[in-house]
Ligand binder design. Structure first.
Ligand SMILES: O=P(O)(O)OC[C@H]1O[C@](O)(CO)[C@@H](O)[C@@H]1O
Length: 215
């Protein structure tokens, strides 16, 4: 099965192939290349160079056959490949749910961050294999790979929530995740990541520890 099922859906189980993130049965597969992320990286010139230089795949989303319709509970596995554009770690487009409903992520592989923004406050959740990240209603969300390996997570979300990408274009995401120019000392494992205000110039000195709060 490579398309969404039609309700009423009978009870069924899904086999997850951990090596290559396949699902069986499997629904739609989405591939986002660099060209699909226009206007989202702070450094637009670096983005344009990456598009011209092979337009790499930034992330893929493999869905189960459960469709995005009211009362159903779709699931998907997202794999974000490691990379940086203008010093900014590779990430998903990010979206808001037009119908404000919650969502959960489960970290499967690699090292990521879940950036949440409600229009005023930004929060950063460290995502590791086994971490469950909760996205409350009305918080826009973007996932970011801050590691050197593919970062992979399971998403489970209400089928009627929807995806509003324009909200993120209009409001931003509060913070950006960049590689620290000089890794800090400390016990945490994000000493190589700087979370900077969303509108910070791309050349701004990158100092300070990862933080959350009002941008
Ligand atoms: O929709 P975006 O912002 O491209 O991000 C993809 C991720 O978000 C979801 O659409 C769910 O929120 C997943 O299917 C996937 O994990």
């Amino acid at each position: 099965m490579n398309t969404s099922a039609t309700p009423p859906i009978q009870p069924f189980s899904i086999s997850f192939g951990a090596d290559n993130a396949t699902l069986e049965p499997q629904g739609q597969v989405l591939t986002r290349r660099m060209s699909d992320l226009e206007g989202l990286f702070a450094d637009g010139d670096a983005w344009a160079r990456a598009v011209a230089d092979g337009d790499p795949v930034v992330y893929t989303v493999v869905s189960s056959p459960v469709p995005e319709v009211p009362r159903e509970l779709p699931q998907s596995i997202t794999t974000i490949y490691p990379g940086e554009t203008g010093g900014e770690f590779w990430m998903t487009k990010g979206h808001q749910h037009p119908d404000p409903q919650g969502e959960i992520y489960l970290g499967l592989d690699g090292h990521g961050g879940l950036l949440l923004f409600d229009g005023e406050r930004a929060e950063w959740l460290e995502m590791r294999p086994g971490t469950i990240g909760y996205i409350p209603p009305s918080w826009a969300h973007r996932s970011i790979n801050v590691g050197d390996e593919p970062y992979r997570f399971l998403a489970v979300y209400p089928g009627s929530a929807g995806h509003d990408y324009g909200w993120v274009v209009a409001h931003g995401m509060g913070l950006r995740a960049r590689r620290a120019s000089a890794p800090r000392t400390g016990n945490g494992d994000t000493t190589h990541v700087d979370l900077v205000p969303f509108g910070a110039p791309t050349g701004e000195p990158r100092t300070g520890k990862p933080r959350t709060g009002k941008p």
